[in-house]
Design a protein around this ligand. Structure first.
Ligand SMILES: [Cu+2]
Length: 143
C-alpha cells in the first residue's frame, strides 16, 4: 500500500507540473523530497521533448515559403528560393500593401489578411517593392 502511494504522488506532482507549464519551485522541492522523483522525471522529460519534435517536422515538411508583410516590412526581407518554389506573400498589416517585382510579378493591392503567391520559374535575383510604400523593399534570390 505504502509503495503504491509513494509512486503515485510524484507522478501526480509531475503531471501537475507539466500541465502548469512551469509550476512553482515549491512543487519541485516537494517532488524532489519524495523517493519516487527520479522514477517520474524521465516521463516528464520525454513528454517535453516530444512536443517540440512533433512540431518541427510539420514546419520543415511544408514546401511553401511565406513572406509576411508586417509593420510595413517584408519578413524576411531577403529570401532564398529554388526554381519551382512558391513564395506566398501574406499581408498581416491593417493597411494595404503590394509585393511588386517590375515585369515579373505583381500582387496588386493586398488588403489585410490577403495573400499572393508567386512561383519562381527561373534563377536570378528579384528585387520587389510595395507600390504604396517605396521604402518597403524585398529580395528573392532564386537559384
Ligand atoms: Cu506597403
Amino acid at each position: 500500500m505504502t509503495k503504491h502511494l509513494r509512486i503515485l504522488a510524484p507522478l501526480l506532482a509531475a503531471a501537475a507540473f507539466a500541465a502548469g507549464c512551469g509550476g512553482s519551485s515549491s512543487d519541485t522541492d516537494s517532488a524532489a523530497s519524495g523517493s519516487g522523483y527520479d522514477y517520474a522525471a524521465p516521463a516528464e522529460k520525454a513528454a517535453a521533448t516530444t512536443t517540440p519534435a512533433a512540431k518541427q517536422p510539420a514546419a520543415a515538411a511544408a514546401t511553401k515559403t511565406v513572406v509576411e508583410i508586417s509593420g510595413s516590412a517584408f519578413v524576411p526581407q531577403s529570401l532564398d528560393l529554388k526554381v519551382g518554389d512558391t513564395v506566398t506573400f501574406v499581408n498581416k498589416d491593417e493597411i494595404a500593401h503590394t509585393a511588386t517585382a517590375d515585369g515579373t510579378f505583381d500582387s496588386k493591392t493586398l488588403e489585410q489578411g490577403a495573400s499572393f503567391s508567386f512561383t519562381a520559374t527561373k534563377a536570378g535575383k528579384l528585387d520587389y517593392v510595395c507600390l504604396f510604400h517605396p521604402g518597403m523593399t524585398g529580395t528573392l534570390n532564386v537559384t
